[in-house]
Design a protein around this ligand. Sequence first.
Ligand SMILES: Nc1nc2c(ncn2[C@@H]2O[C@H](COP(=O)(O)OP(=O)(O)O)[C@@H](O)[C@H]2O)c(=O)[nH]1
Ligand SMILES: [Mg+2]
Length: 239
Amino acid sequence: MIKLSIVIPCYNEEQRIGKSLETIHSFVRNINIEHEIIVVDDGSSDRTCEVVLNCCGGENETHRLLRNEKNRGKGYSVRRGVLEATGDYILFSDADLSTPIEEALRLIAKLEDGFDVAIGSRALPNSKVEIRQNFFRELMGKIFNKIARLLTFKGIKDSQCGFKCFKREAAKKIFSLQKLDGFSFDVEVIYLAQKIGFKVAEIPVIWRNSTASKVNVVADPIKMFFDLIKIRVMHINDV
Ligand SMILES: Nc1nc2c(ncn2[C@@H]2O[C@H](COP(=O)(O)OP(=O)(O)O)[C@@H](O)[C@H]2O)c(=O)[nH]1
Ligand SMILES: [Mg+2]
């Protein structure tokens, strides 16, 4: 039987993570799949850990909490969770489930078709963006994608949707080379996947934006631009 690992990075998510975990647990129960849910707390200063430990029957082998001793970033946290995961398929998702967890089935179907990496996307003709990000975030995303495509990966229209699924072997190989700790880790992951020669598919998904956001619209884009250059330099001798 196939096992699915679901990795959720969390930074100060006390408001959103409880409900999301209930939803994820009922999803895996309904489809009756062997699973583990790994929440990576990124040094939250709120009650995130308490909420995770108190919901869904508490901690056990299918509901685990990893805690970073201080705030390290989304990339660091996803990498830590993925490297710990034991599933045949390893999915990571944002804590707010802006892409509903049921969309995992679409990604898994693609992996079963022979792809190694399945990337959820808001930018394809069949993507269903039901609640959009604000105008500025959407524009920023589009510009960032154009520059990322010039400098790093090829062809992918939306690298930043927080919903991606990997075959175990691809996940372990990619994340053992992946280094960026911040929000540009998605770009690095796609770049490495293509460079190694894994089959990467971009798949349209549903997106219902959750307004609360941890992204700093001034500092993060600047950092992310320089990260694109770093990605090229860092991996010159890899693969
Ligand atoms: N580990 C970690 N995760 C973060 C950090 N900031 C945001 N996240 C997580 O990244 C995901 C996306 O964050 P969110 O605020 O929804 O971003 P947005 O939807 O792109 O505006 C959520 O699961 C957050 O908890 C951080 O500093 N560290
Ligand atoms: Mg969000």
